[in-house]
Design a protein around this ligand. Structure first.
Ligand code: F6R
Length: 359
């Protein structure tokens, strides 16, 4: 059942601390700065030179997030929409690891990508034991988020990113030959993430922001690096369950065209993750506000220059920059949820959509 919540989606948003705890528990040793992935001991990925991540929808956004995590750890990686990978697979090359990401393990486009990559080593990161992709791929790594009923993926995304974070550290050790310089700090932040997600779900800020923009024409989302993946995911969640026009962009992309859409009726949600790129994102925010566009920053509460430059802040607790996106994404899930609820939408079963896209 819904355990006292109005919707499965809200229940699953609230289950994220538990789900994340399960994804990470027993797999990260912050003191030693090492990961312990069952079935993937150190050395598992020796000989791997590059990673191709294939997925669709929300799982594709997790793939984009992982691409950033891997690249910053010196592991060459590229995220592909699985359907495009299946249509035009890159040439087979020794040393490629194809990582499929799928909550259900049943997505036809993702299965097609794995089949197109049959000459490569394949690994699926999935939430469902015994799913089709676990049979199609050489190896499976479980995200352990628990069953997800709401059509809109929520806790599965957070747990995918946590699991891919662990995989990124394992790959870094095996591909580069040494752990990430800040592995201990990163793994300790990962271990602290469940409590921080709990703080976000309890904060109430997202509902107030959703209420302030109840009559807007369109909703835009911007970010860079992992924040770009979160911007796309924020927009996908928003359009799926509110039926409003929502789009995500890289922050820099705006001035190359989409800025033409910005008016006082188009709020822009900007993800700040505490990295150097925040300065540029702040510049992009000023361009939006100069055109009258309201801006909501999703940012660490202790970033004072951001708070002064925007209309609203959705605060997230301070963490490792690689993990701010997970917390920011929870705020955006809550904004979408409250905006959809206000509009009386069918939140758990949005029109035209199915939980598992097997065609
Ligand atoms: C979005 C959503 C879909 C799925 C996509 C892939 O909320 O649920 O975009 O993410 O259909 O599904 P899986 O992860 O099962 O392969």
């Amino acid at each position: 059942g819904k355990g006292g919540y109005d919707h499965y989606m809200l229940k699953e948003i609230n289950e994220q601390p538990t789900a994340l705890g399960r994804s990470v528990r027993g797999r990260a040793d912050p003191e030693a700065g090492t990961v312990d992935l069952d079935g993937f001991p150190p050395g598992t990925f020796e000989g791997i030179e590059r990673v191709h991540l294939v997925a669709m929808g929300t799982s594709y956004h997790a793939a984009m997030y992982a691409e950033s995590l891997l690249a910053s750890r010196g592991v060459p990686a590229r995220a592909f929409m699985a359907s495009e990978y299946a249509t035009a697979p890159p040439p087979a090359e020794d040393g490629t690891l194809v990582v499929a990401i799928s909550q259900s393990g049943e997505t036809a486009d993702t299965i097609a990508a794995v089949r197109a990559a049959s000459a490569e080593r394949t690994l699926v990161v999935t939430n469902v034991v015994g799913s089709s992709l676990t049979r199609e791929c050489d190896d499976a790594l479980l995200v352990r988020a628990g069953p997800e009923i709401g059509v809109a993926a929520t806790k599965s995304f957070s747990s995918q990113v946590a699991t891919l974070s662990l995989l990124a550290e394992r790959l870094r050790r095996d591909v580069v030959g040494s752990p990430s310089p800040d592995a201990a700090a990163f793994l300790s932040a990962l271990t602290a993430l469940p409590d921080q997600v709990q703080q976000v779900v309890e904060s109430g800020a997202a509902e107030r922001v959703a209420d302030s923009f109840a009559d807007s024409e369109a909703y835009f989302f911007i970010g860079r690096g992992p924040g770009h993946a979160v911007a796309l995911e924020g927009a996908l969640k928003f359009k799926e369950i509110t039926y409003e026009h929502a789009e995500g962009f890289t922050a820099a992309e705006l001035k190359h065209g989409p800025l033409a859409l910005v008016t006082e009726d188009t709020p822009v949600f900007a993800v700040f993750d505490g990295r150097d790129g925040d300065t540029e994102t702040l510049g992009n925010v000023q361009e939006i506000r100069a055109r009258g566009g309201p801006v909501v920053a999703v940012a660490s509460g202790d970033a004072p220059d951001v708070a002064d430059a925007v209309d609203h802040v959705l605060p997230v607790p301070a963490t490792h920059p690689d993990l701010v996106g997970v917390l920011a994404n929870v705020q955006l899930q809550l904004v979408a949820y409250h905006a959809a609820k206000r509009r009386g939408r069918s939140i758990d079963k949005p029109r035209n959509l199915a939980k598992s896209v097997t065609v």
